[in-house]
Design a protein around this ligand. Structure first.
Ligand code: NAP
Length: 264
């Protein structure tokens, strides 16, 4: 994928990895569509994009609202000639045990992380195919590869993305639709602060895992390099990514370790 002069849509663009990737892409004289539920955050990202010499369109978009997703996609596709890539970062995490998590939290996490993500991809796909193809990227997680304490529904929502987007990729090779699934480890962002606790409230703290992780800027550089190569899976992070190798080659050890992790 060449970035110069292209049009990309980034969800979750108001903070963290989505914001940092927008800033990096802005260096390529791109046209960026920036969406998120956090409007002031979007304006900040748009200002950085503009300072880096690129144009952006900003739209408030709640990824738990399927009607809004389809309406915004319709409006954007009406005005944009071509969207070359849709890079989805919007997501919400969880900090609660299986036994104490109410069904409303489980459904909300699935709505945002899974149903919202597939709804937007589906809304954009026909135009992308008509325009000769494009790159879809979605953000899974290390826990999209294996389960982890305190993350049951979050982990399930990320596992679901793999099944869906691997199928979408297989169906659309002939249409020149490429799919990159991002697998971040521990990145210093607000993801744990806004995670849902057992009462459906914000968890409000940065986990030690995130605090010791790589920065969002470094993560965005790894993501950009993976997107350039159109890698099917892009691993993002530091030494915690070793867990992927442990899961693959020593699954027994992974289950042993996961069972002993202090749930935060
Ligand atoms: N950080 C990590 O260690 C890590 C690890 C693995 C995977 N991930 C994944 O990486 C992606 C990006 O997260 P991040 O780490 O960059 O954290 P982040 O800074 O919290 O970014 C997530 C963004 O998604 C937005 N969002 C949440 N719910 C939304 C909704 N209903 N509609 C629209 N936007 C919504 C958030 O808005 P608000 O600011 O309003 O909440 C925020 O701007 C997420 O999908 C996350 O699951 C992160």
């Amino acid at each position: 994928m060449e970035f110069q002069g292209k049009c990309f849509w980034i969800t979750g663009a108001a903070s963290g990895m989505g914001k940092s990737l927008a800033v990096l892409l802005a260096a390529f004289k791109t046209r960026l569509i920036l969406t998120d539920r956090d409007e002031p955050g979007l304006q900040e990202t748009a200002a950085l994009v503009s300072a880096a010499g690129s144009e952006s369109i900003v739209r408030k978009l709640d990824m738990s609202d399927m009607v809004q997703i389809r309406a915004v996609a319709h409006e954007i596709l009406d005005t944009e000639k071509k969207v070359d890539g849709l890079f989805q970062f919007a997501g919400i995490s969880q900090r609660s045990l299986v036994a104490e998590t109410p069904e409303e939290n489980e459904r909300l996490i699935m709505e945002i992380n899974y149903f919202g993500t597939i709804a937007l991809a589906k809304a954009v796909l026909p135009a992308m195919i008509q325009n000769g193809g494009g790159l879809l990227s979605v953000t899974s997680s290390l826990v999209g590869k294996f389960g982890f304490p305190f993350r049951s529904s979050y982990s399930a929502s990320k596992h679901a993305l793999h099944g869906y987007f691997e199928s979408l990729r297989a169906e659309n090779v002939k249409n020149n639709i490429r799919v990159s699934i991002l697998i971040p480890g521990r990145i210093q962002t607000n993801i744990s602060k806004f995670a849902l606790d057992k009462e459906g409230k914000e968890y409000g703290k940065m986990d030690p895992g995130q605090a010791n992780g790589i920065t969002a800027e470094k993560a965005a550089r790894q993501i950009l390099s993976g997107l350039k190569k159109e890698k099917k899976e892009i691993h993002v992070g530091g030494k915690e990514l070793l867990m992927l190798q442990i899961r693959r080659f020593f699954p027994g050890l992974l289950y042993y370790l996961a069972g002993r992790i202090k749930p935060v």
